[in-house]
Design a protein around this ligand. Structure first.
Ligand code: ADP
Length: 385
């Protein structure tokens, strides 16, 4: 090859090299731009985060802080950057938060903590901190949890007040049960004794009857209120295997005088034993339903009690042919002290509230249906044994 040809080949090689260089340079520029874009993306993401983000170097200087850190720390971003934590927050080195930062800085182990912080202006705030080691220092993510802490504090105060109120309630229940029932019992018995001794004077007799009626009413009210208070605070009842039919028969026996007095017939329909796991207190449910069916029905009507065995529970229906209950009252009367248009009839307004609580504590249900022939049907479901 002559010299000219060699020179041409060399020029071609150089041109190829130059174009490769240009390509490499372009790729480098693009990579640099991508890096800048990516850094910008991360920076603006960190900048806009609600959590505080800060990078602190090994000399405790702020390398990066976002807006949230500036807001949390009551300082401007430009004030913080390049300055040390100790310069910006004198005394910070004596705080537990600083101890956690130091542990992460020295031992290179991530730390997590909740910290109460007092700012230079004297205000206080709570922060949740997550501290991560970085090659050039540490990264601190801080979340302002002051509101949550305040809410927790308020809740704690409510709980303490509630406990106190509960203690007072228990105290009053105890006073009712022990200190009020005894003197009332004495008043009632004394009145009965004077009445039995046949007081002839009519006015005196009426007064004694009135004292006895009111003593009876108070005794009923105190017994029901203390039972309701006990049931309200109970979370569960001790249960054993019981036959609902037997319980109902005993209850019905106790109501014989009232049934006779109003010339009412009680019909009981059941197909054999009804074994459930229940507390003996379940009898209060039947007592209340039966007592109400008698109280709120005119004389001479009948009452029907039917026990139906279903797949998972026994359903007991107490049907009366009384005045019935309006739809809008059907839920209301299970609430304590709700009595509807029953001014002349003796009662505390607590019976159904107690019945519902007892049924609830057995995992059952209680509700009211209408008797198509006039009157109401109280239905109770108790899970089977
Ligand atoms: P009390 O009978 O002591 O008033 P309850 O809680 O047992 O309290 O009953 C609440 C109210 O429900 C009664 O005052 C009455 O208005 C109504 N009620 C309950 N049972 C019947 C019923 N069988 N028929 C009509 N109304 C009833």
């Amino acid at each position: 090859m002559n010299e000219l040809a060699k020179l041409r080949q060399r020029v071609a090689e150089l041109e190829k090299l130059e174009s490769q260089c240009r390509l490499a340079e372009k790729a480098l520029r693009e990579a640099e731009q991508e890096l800048r874009d990516s850094e910008e993306r991360y920076r603006s993401t960190l900048d806009s985060m609600l959590e505080g983000c800060q990078i602190i170097d090994f000399d405790w200087r702020y390398l990066y802080v976002n807006d949230a850190v500036a807001a949390h720390g009551r300082k401007a971003k430009v004030e913080l950057l390049g300055r040390t934590m100790m310069e910006m927050y004198p005394g910070i080195e004596n705080t537990t938060m600083f101890a956690a930062l130091q542990r992460c800085m020295d031992k290179r182990i991530p730390q997590r903590m909740e910290n109460e912080f007092t700012f230079p202006d004297g205000s206080r705030g709570w922060f949740e901190l997550s501290i991560q080691p970085l090659p050039d220092g540490i990264f601190v993510l801080s979340l302002d949890i002051t509101e949550r802490k305040r809410a927790e504090e308020t809740l704690k105060n409510y709980a303490t007040k509630l406990e106190e109120a509960n203690r007072l309630k228990d105290l009053f229940t105890d006073i009712m049960r022990h200190d009020l029932l005894n003197p009332l019992g004495i008043i009632k018995t004394a009145t009965e004794q004077i009445l039995v001794a046949e007081t002839r004077e009519e006015r005196m007799c009426n007064t004694l009857q009135m004292i006895k009626r009111n003593a009876d009413k108070l005794i009923d009210m105190i017994k029901s209120a203390s039972m309701y208070a006990m049931l309200e605070s109970a979370e569960k009842l001790e249960c054993k295997s019981l036959d609902l039919s037997e319980i109902f028969r005993e209850v019905a026996n106790n109501f014989k005088p009232q049934l006779e007095e109003k010339n009412m017939k009680l019909e009981y329909i059941s197909k054999g034993g009804c074994c459930v796991i229940a507390n003996p207190m379940i009898d209060t449910v039947f007592s209340n339903l039966l007592s109400n069916a008698i109280k709120y029905s005119p004389a001479g009507r009948k009452i029907e009690v039917k026990v139906i065995e279903e797949k998972e529970h026994f359903k007991i229906c107490v049907k009366d042919w009384g005045h019935g209950i309006r739809d809008e009252d059907k839920l209301k009367i299970f609430t304590r002290f709700q009595r509807v248009d029953k001014k002349g009839v003796k009662g505390t307004g607590l019976g159904l509230a107690i019945a519902r609580r007892v049924v609830d504590l057995h995992g059952g249900k209680i509700w009211i249906e209408d008797n198509p022939e006039g009157g109401s049907v109280f239905c109770v479901e108790i899970p089977k044994a």
